[in-house]
Design a protein around this ligand. Structure first.
Ligand code: SF4
Length: 80
């Protein structure tokens, strides 16, 4: 079981959740700016990577960046 207590301090709880899941091609700038000020950013990104999230902004990382991190992690696991 994972520790999800970081969610209690998620800054996005105080904002519009839709900015974290924009339509295809939509801007993620507002979401990423909020993430930069979020104290649980690292935990959020770790959760997204550990749980295989592919959609939305997590820990200040957009979908394209998230997929890149997933690939890098898989590559590192293969060579380890
Ligand atoms: S880093 Fe961003 S998406 Fe993650 S909890 Fe904080 S505000 Fe929400």
């Amino acid at each position: 079981m994972s520790d999800d207590t970081w969610r209690e301090n998620a800054l996005c709880r105080q904002t519009d959740p839709e900015i974290y899941f924009p339509e295809r091609g939509g801007s993620t700038r507002d979401a990423k700016e909020t993430c930069l000020a979020c104290e649980v950013r690292t935990s959020c990104l770790e959760y997204a990577l550990d749980s295989g999230q592919n959609y939305g902004v997590w820990g200040g990382v957009n979908e394209r960046e998230l997929r890149r991190l997933h690939r890098a992690r898989r590559a590192a696991t293969k060579t380890a």
